[in-house]
Write a new protein. Structure first.
Length: 466
């Protein structure tokens, strides 16, 4: 914990000098002097942001999802107290754009900084700049937790659960069984193995193909069951290579065949989910959701096109009973709140740093808790995933987290999350509770200059739009 030792020493010297001069030192407050000293020691001195540094991790791909929307660029925020916060997300140009509103500010004023960065631009941030704001905001909260020497979930209200339940993007978590064995498994076996490993949900993509029962668990139209095939997402991410043919009409029949096998694998009390990845138009989404109802999915992700969520999800809600979970591509609570408040969705896929960081995530959590809507964060970089753990530990509603690291370490992170038995467990390390080895990162740029934005102030000093 950082103490304003200079101010404390000055006040103590003044008191000693007064006694030496024969003057009586009068404590005008009713609080005893020892309590005042303890309070002074506990007061946090300002931590001025002096520099923002950005790095590429070893697996960064400028043309892949690591660049955007799942940017894993590491962002370090330095302060004049010697505390450095760790964040992740954004791109060099977007972080540079946001940094001008952050440098020179007190790192503990997270709300003020967030509002300034959001309004300082001529336009409000789009998804790309919001991602960068989220990366910096993660680092600022990390600084706050480190300064107070507490894990962040303690600052959000403490534990509301004992652990975070998980699912893997690939369905069968990577590393759970040897690759050759996994390739030979059918959907039923893959789903059963996921449940046996302690994961809450077995997940598939809307391009899933059913197992045929032939040797090797081959799927219809080629490829391993539950694994990506040509033009099919299987249990993997993204639904196949770009440019491949996807026949939405015929795929509905195949999805239902596949989920019947999955339900058999997870058993009557196990859970499975499907990400339709916005592949279907409204009438097709209605059909596939209604056909899946007897197999009781945990949730159906992104059943419609994102730009049609606000107008068409309320209609879909009236036509199916499957739990709906849209929003992995969305941003702030302004996007989520209408559907949450009307209870048209069952889970919000709010993710860090996409929503703008922890500062905004806490507000989304409050809206969701008010209307008893759960949260299912989308997978992201490992630092931001640590942010998911802290925020979701403090959220009292239903939570499920997409998580692909398993029990494997992150090579450039000496300290990361604790995962065992298909669950992430909290730890007591301060801040985000993670660390990075800068020697394994590629340095890109350091930013040290602030620039005044166009945001105005109200008479009381709070910020308002230009």
């Amino acid at each position: 914990m950082d103490v304003d030792r200079r101010g404390f020493a000055k006040s103590l010297t003044g008191a000693v000098g007064a006694i030496a001069a024969g003057r009586t030192v009068v404590d005008a407050s009713p609080t005893p002097a020892p309590a005042l000293l303890a309070r002074a020691q506990a007061r946090l001195a300002p931590a001025t942001i002096t520099r923002i540094r950005i790095f590429y991790p070893p697996n960064y791909n400028p043309n892949g999802p690591q660049a955007f929307p799942q940017s894993n660029m590491v962002v370090l925020v330095d302060t004049d107290t010697g505390i450095t916060g760790i964040g992740q997300g954004g791109s060099p140009d977007t972080v540079r754009n946001v940094a001008r509103s952050v440098i020179g500010k007190n790192a503990f004023d997270t709300e003020m900084i967030w509002q300034a960065a959001f309004m300082d631009g001529f336009y409000s941030p789009g998804k790309e700049r919001l991602h960068a704001l989220g990366a910096i905001d993660l680092a600022l909260w990390d600084i706050k937790g480190k300064a107070l020497n507490v894990p962040l979930y303690q600052l959000f209200g403490g534990k509301a659960r004992e652990h975070i339940e998980l699912y893997a993007t690939s369905g069968l978590p990577q590393g759970l069984v040897p690759p050759a064995e996994a390739a030979a498994m059918g959907l039923k076996d893959r789903a059963a193995a996921t449940m046996a490993a302690g994961y809450r949900v077995y997940r598939v993509d809307g391009g899933i193909l059913p197992s045929t029962g032939r040797a090797g668990g081959a799927a219809v139209a080629g490829g391993a069951a539950g694994a990506p095939a040509a033009g099919a997402g299987g249990g993997g991410r993204g639904g196949g290579r770009g440019g491949s043919v996807f026949d939405s009409r015929s795929r509905i029949r195949l999805i239902i065949q596949a989920v019947e096998q999955i339900r058999e694998g997870v058993g009557p009390d196990g859970n499975w989910m499907i990400d339709l990845h916005q592949k279907f138009d409204f009438h097709e989404a209605v059909e596939v959701c209604r056909l899946m109802e007897p197999y009781r999915p945990f949730c159906v992700e992104d059943p419609l096109r994102e730009e049609q969520f606000r107008t068409q999800i309320p209609k879909l809600r009236l036509l199916t009973t499957v739990p709906l979970a849209p929003g992995e591509e969305w941003g702030t609570r302004a996007d989520f709140s209408p559907l949450v408040e009307q209870r048209d969705i069952d889970f919000a896929r709010a993710s860090l740093p996409n929503v703008g960081g922890i500062t905004e995530m806490l507000k989304i959590m409050a809206v969701c808790d008010t209307h008893k809507v759960g949260i299912v964060p989308h997978f992201t970089g490992p630092v931001a995933t640590a942010g998911h753990m802290h925020t979701m530990m403090a959220f009292p509603g239903q939570v499920l987290m997409e998580y692909n690291q398993g029990e494997r370490p992150v090579p450039y992170m000496p300290e990361f999350l604790d995962c065992k038995n298909g669950k992430v467990w909290p730890n007591d390390r301060p801040g985000l509770g993670v660390s990075v080895d800068e020697k394994q990162l590629t340095f890109i740029e350091a930013m040290t200059e602030a620039a005044p934005g166009i945001t105005h102030r109200r008479p009381d000093g709070s910020l308002t739009h230009w």
